[in-house]
Design a protein around this ligand. Structure first.
Ligand SMILES: Cc1ncc(COP(=O)(O)O)c(C=O)c1O
Length: 379
């Protein structure tokens, strides 16, 4: 029986009060008091001209694809080692996905392999900040400028992490956050945000998010009626999601410090195993300020990892792996192609394993995980 889960949604204890306050306002649809408070918090803390809450990071990515006018036949470059939503959002607009290999040290898209994937059809690059550790954004932004491409950061895992002092999600033209329950801050299970770092996209982003209408301008009293203006969909979360999220954002520092402390304890505990060559670590480039989103170790291969997961399972501990490379999945083969050699992607997918790391994980539960890992390698 699993007694230490892989994840639990963060709970501070302040959420219920905000949920009750939201219910008392008599308005639960999107863009109420708590939605605005969250957006202002994100704009202020991460320095972006506009943050729009969305029902998920998936929705934020879909909004990005609409906003950038991605059309059938356009090409979008991204790693294959990512969640399906990164690709799906662009495939929904008819784009072809061009997958690039990752770096072995961070599992982020290898910035040295992007240029060979650019063609006359390329419209956008989508760096994914794996584990809340930044991609090499200076190189990526320089490439994008040279070839006149959009950059959409998939910062689903990168909330409250930084690259050269800049918040992840605020460096590209657009940035996408996730507030899913597996992420550092949650909007009550599901949630996300689109950061609009290019101010000229803000007005249209509001329209796309409001089913293609200028209802946001109407609510601000800027127009006397709202009409259908553009493509769009329903990309607003409810006030209950925003209220839950606001409680979490107000305690962002506490959550961040706890996650970083848990991450550091794992890191210190297994350092001897790394020194003995029994496991490998991801590395943290010097310009990156991380957020303790996940802790994982690299094992020798797939069968060693299966043994490891089974061993921890017998101790009641759930360890998990991800991602199945998109380029080798049926939809990835239909909608995309891999450029260059897959030297790292499949290897990472088969040998990396993640350990429980969540805000409410106690020290004693973490000690049990640490001991189980040490016991496995002492066998
Ligand atoms: C890299 C990445 N992108 C996008 C998503 C989708 O996020 P959401 O569940 O908020 O739609 C995830 C979720 O796990 C993710 O890890």
């Amino acid at each position: 029986m699993i007694t230490i889960p892989f994840n639990q949604p963060p709970v501070l204890g302040t959420e219920l009060n905000y949920l009750q306050q939201a219910m008392a306002t008599g308005k639960l649809s999107g863009d109420g008091k708590f939605g605005r408070l969250c957006e202002q918090w994100l704009e202020m803390h991460f320095a972006t001209p506009r943050a729009l809450l969305t029902p998920s990071c998936t929705a934020a990515l879909e909004m990005a694809a609409i906003l950038l006018d991605i059309q059938a036949g356009d090409e979008v470059i991204m790693p294959s080692y990512t969640f399906v939503s990164t690709a799906n959002a662009f495939v929904l607009r008819g784009a072809k996905i061009v997958f690039v290999d990752i770096r072995p040290d961070t599992f982020n898209m290898d910035e040295r392999k992007i240029e060979q994937a650019i063609t006359a059809k390329t419209k956008a690059i989508v760096p994914v900040h794996y584990a809340g550790v930044a991609c090499e954004m200076d190189t990526i932004m320089a490439l994008a400028e040279r070839y006149q491409l959009w950059v959409v950061e998939d910062a689903a895992q990168g909330v409250n992490a930084f690259y050269k002092g800049r918040a992840l999600g605020t460096i590209g033209h657009l940035g996408c956050y996730s507030f899913h329950e597996t992420k550092n801050y949650t909007a009550g299970g599901e949630g996300g945000a689109l950061l609009i770092n290019a101010p000229y996209l803000i007005e249209r982003a509001e329209i796309v998010r409001e089913k293609g209408t200028n209802r946001s301008q109407f609510f601000r009293g800027q127009v006397d009626k709202y009409t259908w203006r553009d493509l769009g969909s329903s990309f607003l979360p409810s006030e209950l999601q925003s209220a839950y999220l606001y409680a979490q954002l107000q305690s962002a520092e506490e959550i961040n410090q706890r996650r970083l402390a848990l991450w550091q304890r794992y890191h210190d505990a297994f350092a001897p195993l790394v020194a003995q060559g029994k496991i490998g670590y991801l590395t943290l480039p010097k310009d990156c300020q991380p957020n303790g989103h996940l802790f994982g170790i690299k094992l020798a291969d797939l069968s060693r990892r299966s043994e490891f997961i089974a061993f921890l399972g017998k101790r009641g501990i759930l360890a998990v792996f991800h991602y199945i490379p998109l380029h080798s999945s049926p939809a990835g083969q239909a909608f995309g192609r891999f450029v260059g050699e897959d030297e790292q992607t499949t290897k990472a997918s088969e040998s990396f394993v993640r350990l429980p790391l969540f805000f409410n994980l106690t020290d004693s539960a973490q000690n049990r995980v640490i001991q189980a890992v040490l016991d496995f390698f002492a066998q």
